[in-house]
Write a protein that binds this ligand. Structure first.
Ligand code: COA
Length: 166
């Protein structure tokens, strides 16, 4: 399955990639990538397995020739939560993160979510840029939300256009 953003970048020769849904069988691959992308505070293998198993989640990977370039996940519901998004260091800056996030937001819209929330480190300029570009706006701050290293979180929110109101 391919998604928005898949394919050559408009301004560069980046190779095409495809998006595919992840499931419990992908736990080992994703746990390895988790250790690479979030080396300072990765989810355990057990936590990854649980995330890929729970029914109200959507996890998706960007793949190219059998290699996973990045992955992302969301908890679906009226108020959805972005759980994670990460792209291999050497593949950042070529639209992979944007495509993964677009896939999660499409899943949120299709499942009837009204709002999408996330927490991000205020020092994470790339992630802040990615989310702002997708329409997320900062709505608050949570003291010492992150560990390794300890840091506040900026909470961001996106209202899904056209969602049914509760
Ligand atoms: C955040 C992350 C997922 C972005 O993925 P990516 O594939 O590099 O992002 P893209 O190339 O799709 O860029 C999409 C948008 O993000 C923003 N962005 C990406 N890298 C950026 C950077 N270094 N500085 C500022 N903004 C940046 C831009 O708005 C960009 O849009 P543009 O290209 O039109 O300017 C990636 O940097 C990453 O994996 N970081 C480590 C893990 C992490 O911090 N995850 C987020 C936890 S909240």
């Amino acid at each position: 399955m391919s998604g928005p953003g898949a394919g050559p970048a408009p301004d560069g020769p980046a190779a095409p990639f495809a998006l595919r849904a992840l499931g419990p069988d992908d736990a080992e691959t994703i746990a390895d990538l988790e250790g690479e992308v979030f080396a300072e505070d990765p989810w355990s293998r057990a936590a990854v397995e649980e995330e890929l198993r729970v029914p109200d989640r959507r996890y998706v990977a960007a793949v190219e020739g059998g290699e996973v370039l990045g992955y992302a996940g969301i908890r679906l519901g009226p108020d959805a939560d972005i759980m994670t998004i990460g792209v291999r260091e050497g593949r950042r800056g070529s639209g992979v993160g944007r495509a993964l996030l677009a896939d999660l937001l499409r899943a949120a819209r299709e499942s009837g979510s009204q709002r999408v929330f996330l927490e991000v480190r205020p020092s994470n300029e790339a992630a802040l840029g990615l989310y702002a570009r997708a329409g997320f706006r900062p709505i608050g701050r949570v003291r010492r939300y992150f560990r390794n290293p300890s840091e506040d979180a900026v909470t961001m929110r996106l209202d899904i256009m056209g969602a049914r109101r509760s």
